[in-house]
Design a protein around this ligand. Structure first.
Ligand SMILES: Nc1ncnc2c1ncn2[C@@H]1O[C@H](COP(=O)(O)OP(=O)(O)OP(=O)(O)O)[C@@H](O)[C@H]1O
Length: 308
């Protein structure tokens, strides 16, 4: 894969003197979906705005498809579609006009067939001549995407596309994003939702306090983090893990009533079945069983905490 966006040593200090980006390096590969994950105020929106040339950096460089975002702004910006966090649509305008107008702003010639295809891809054909104010929240979000794609950009930025939307609409948005990727559009999205990053992103970048903490393939990150823990609560406390269970990686809880077994929840063979059989064979009566998953969330929280 080749990188379509190259960010080097990017810094942004606001007029207040606050440094929201502290030397970010990031390569975004053509055709991928990358999720920028980070807590409130981490710098996600600042990073997107700076890459898009809306906010001016204090140091460093950004190139989009080989075009520098400052010295070659028009060419770089033409490659980018941006869906901001807030929905902003002219209430009395029709969907078709909204998208046509946006295309015109980028100097692209009118192309009705292209607009029809775009609206069809976003399931908006039926509402083509409806006014924006007549649309549901989900449709408005899709119009925002249609607007951002109207000039045929190769890269689409989505700033928290599913903030505050219900589960069904969130899944619908994921489908739209995946379909765009199938069409070859590179997608960068910001999110607070870890499960969203896990569900749709090829790679995850974690950002905190203006710094990128890691960039990793989603599957690798999940494999690294996908530990599970099984706690078997016994009816009577033990002093030590019995010899007959020594083949299993067990620890005994402080009160002696819980046997804790850590394993890879994604493994073909977790060893849970054999462990349960051995506990039964050892004649230990079980009172209760609990499992817990060390989630991406915990790793994320751990990462961010270590930093502070
Ligand atoms: N115009 C501005 N002037 C001064 N500081 C700003 C400005 N815009 C953002 N900041 C600060 O920069 C930091 C990063 O903000 P940014 O909006 O990029 O974070 P974010 O990761 O997108 O947060 P959220 O998840 O809450 O949207 C914050 O501390 C914020 O207060």
């Amino acid at each position: 894969m080749t990188s379509i966006i190259a960010v080097r040593g990017l810094r942004k200090a606001y007029d207040s003197g606050f440094e929201a980006l502290k030397g970010v390096d990031l390569d975004i590969e053509e055709g991928e979906i990358i999720a920028l994950l980070g807590p409130n105020g981490a710098g996600k929106t600042t990073l997107i705005s700076t890459i898009c040339g809306i906010t001016r950096s204090t140091a460093g460089s950004v190139s989009v498809g080989g075009h520098d975002i400052h010295s070659d702004y028009r060419a770089a910006r033409a490659m980018i579609g941006l869906v901001p966090q807030e929905i902003s649509l002219e209430p009395f305008e029709t969907i078709a006009n909204t998208v046509r107008f946006s295309r015109g702003l980028f100097g692209q010639p009118p192309d009705e067939a292209r607009i029809d295809r775009l609206l069809a891809a976003l399931s908006l054909s039926e509402k083509k001549n409806a006014r924006n104010r007549e649309l549901s929240g989900g449709m408005k979000r899709r119009v925002m995407i249609a607007k951002a794609l109207s000039h045929e950009p190769r890269v689409l930025f989505l700033d928290e596309p599913t903030a505050g939307v219900d589960v069904e609409l969130r899944r619908e948005m994921w489908d739209v994003v995946k379909e765009l990727r199938r069409d070859g559009v590179t997608i960068i999205l910001t999110t607070h939702y870890i499960e969203e990053a896990e569900a749709i992103a090829d790679r995850i970048a974690v950002i905190n306090r203006g710094e990128i903490l890691l960039v990793e393939k989603t599957g690798d990150l999940m494999a690294r983090m996908g530990r599970k823990e099984l706690e078997i609560m016994l009816e009577a406390p033990l002093n030590a893990v019995p010899e007959s269970l020594s083949a299993h990686a067990l620890t005994l809880s402080a009160d002696g009533r819980g046997l804790v077994y850590g394993y890879d929840g994604r493994a073909q063979s977790t060893g849970v079945g054999a462990l349960m059989a051995d506990i039964q064979a050892a004649g230990l009566p079980i009172a209760d069983i609990r499992t817990r998953q060390s989630s991406l969330e915990e790793i994320f929280v751990g990462l961010v905490k270590d930093e502070n």
